[in-house]
Ligand binder design. Sequence first.
Ligand code: SF4
Length: 79
Amino acid sequence: MKLRVNPIACEGHGICAELLPELITLDEWGYPIIDDVDVPRTLEPHARRAVADCPTLALALERSRAESGRAASRAARGR
Ligand code: SF4
């Protein structure tokens, strides 16, 4: 899973960086800079909380390409 921010919806509240400082920092205007890495499993609960608490719904958790590929393979095999 990767975190993505919709830069149009984001209003720079910075709540996400407070909830997930391991992966999100703020730029000089208070807008998030998100590490382009898979969210480690240990941080997934924090990432989900950051997504849920974003007041403008600008933050999302998306499957990474590798995960999407694995899911498609499982679906093709009927699992
Ligand atoms: S909490 Fe939402 S609106 Fe605020 S900086 Fe993070 S992504 Fe942007």
